[in-house]
Design a protein around this ligand. Structure first.
Ligand SMILES: NC(=O)c1ccc[n+]([C@@H]2O[C@H](COP(=O)([O-])OP(=O)(O)OC[C@H]3O[C@@H](n4cnc5c(N)ncnc54)[C@H](OP(=O)(O)O)[C@@H]3O)[C@@H](O)[C@H]2O)c1
Length: 250
C-alpha cells in the first residue's frame, strides 16, 4: 500500500515512516526538505499519485496565533484538495486532546484543521493525543519567568513519541473511523508535578510553582481540560522508563 506521510521528517513523522516501512509499505516521507510543501503546493500532486492513505503530521514553523491558524488552514485546504483529486481513501491527522475545552491560538488552529477534514468528504480518522513527553522542555520554557516556572495543577497525561507513532501507524492501516480516537500516556498527575519531576530528573534548576491562575499557551486550564474524558488508548512507555532513555533530556 502507498502511504504518504506529510511532515514525514518530523518527530512523530519520522518514527511513523520507520514503522510503516518495516511493515513493507511504500511510504513517502513528505516535507519541504524532501520537496513537498503543503503551503506552496510544491510536489503535492506528484506525491499523492497512487496513494491510498495520507497521514498529516505537519506542524507550523511558527506558534504565533495568526501564523499557526494560517498554516493549518492553508495546509489543510491544499492537502485535502490534492487528496480528493488523487482519490485518496483514508486521511489520518494528529490533533490534540481537549482542543475544544481550552482556548489558545494553537488549539484554535487545530480546531480549524479538524473542521476542514470533516467537511472534505474524504474518509478520515482524527487522532487526538495528549502532549508528548518530548514537549515537556518546551512547555517549561514557555511557562518560565527566569528561574520560576508557573503551571496550573490541572491533570496532565503526557505520552511518549514512540507510543504516538505506533498508534498513528495502527490507525493508518485500519479502516477510516470518520471520527475521533483519543490516545494518552499511561500516567495521569497534576501538570505542575509532572513538569517539576521532569526538570529535576534532567538537572534543570528551575523551580516549578503550582499556580491555579497560570495559563497554558495563553489559555485557561481546568482540572480535566487536557486529559481524555472518555475512552482512550494508552501508551506503554511510562514517565520513568522514558526518562531512562537516551535523549529524554535533550
Ligand atoms: N507537541 C505535542 O505535544 C502535540 C500533541 C498532540 C498533537 N500534536 C500534533 O502532532 C503533529 C506533529 O508534531 P511534531 O512535533 O512531530 O512536529 P515537528 O517535529 O515539528 O515536525 C513538523 C513537520 O512538519 C513539516 N512541515 C513544516 N512545514 C511544512 C509544509 N509547509 N509542508 C509540509 N510539511 C511541512 C516539517 O518538515 P521539514 O522538516 O522539512 O521542515 C516536519 O516534517 C502536529 O500536527 C501537532 O499539532 C502535537
Amino acid at each position: 500500500m502507498k502511504i504518504v506521510v506529510i511532515g514525514g521528517t518530523g518527530l512523530i513523522g519520522s518514527k511513523t515512516v520507520t514503522i510503516l516501512r518495516r511493515g513493507g509499505h511504500e511510504v513517502v516521507a513528505a516535507s519541504p526538505n524532501t520537496g513537498v510543501n503543503t503551503i506552496t503546493g510544491e510536489g503535492l500532486n506528484e506525491a499523492m499519485a497512487g496513494a491510498q492513505v495520507v497521514i498529516d503530521l505537519a506542524n507550523s514553523p511558527s506558534f504565533e496565533d495568526k501564523a499557526v491558524l494560517d498554516f493549518f488552514e492553508t495546509s489543510g485546504r491544499n492537502l485535502l484538495a490534492a487528496e480528493a483529486a488523487a482519490g485518496v481513501r483514508h486521511h489520518v491527522a494528529l490533533s490534540i486532546v481537549g482542543i475544544d475545552r481550552s482556548d489558545n491560538g494553537y488549539f484554535r488552529a487545530k480546531v480549524a484543521q479538524e473542521k476542514l477534514i470533516k467537511a472534505s468528504g474524504i474518509p478520515y480518522t482524527v487522532i487526538r493525543s495528549t502532549q508528548f513527553l518530548e514537549f515537556l522542555r518546551g512547555i517549561a520554557d514557555s511557562a518560565a519567568d527566569g528561574k520560576v516556572v508557573r503551571l496550573p495543577p490541572g491533570l496532565f497525561q503526557p505520552i511518549a513519541a514512540d507510543d504516538v507513532a505506533g498508534f498513528v501507524a495502527d490507525v493508518a492501516l485500519a479502516a477510516p473511523r470518520n471520527g475521533i480516537v483519543e490516545i494518552a500516556g499511561p500516567e495521569r498527575a497534576p501538570f505542575n508535578e509532572i513538569v517539576a519531576r521532569y526538570l529535576k530528573a534532567v538537572g534543570d534548576p528551575r523551580q516549578v510553582v503550582r499556580d491555579p491562575g497560570a495559563r497554558y499557551w495563553g489559555g485557561r486550564v481546568e482540572e480535566r481540560s487536557l486529559v481524555p474524558l472518555g475512552e482512550a488508548r494508552l501508551g506503554r512507555i511510562g514517565f520513568d522508563e522514558w526518562l531512562r532513555r537516551p535523549r529524554a533530556g535533550a
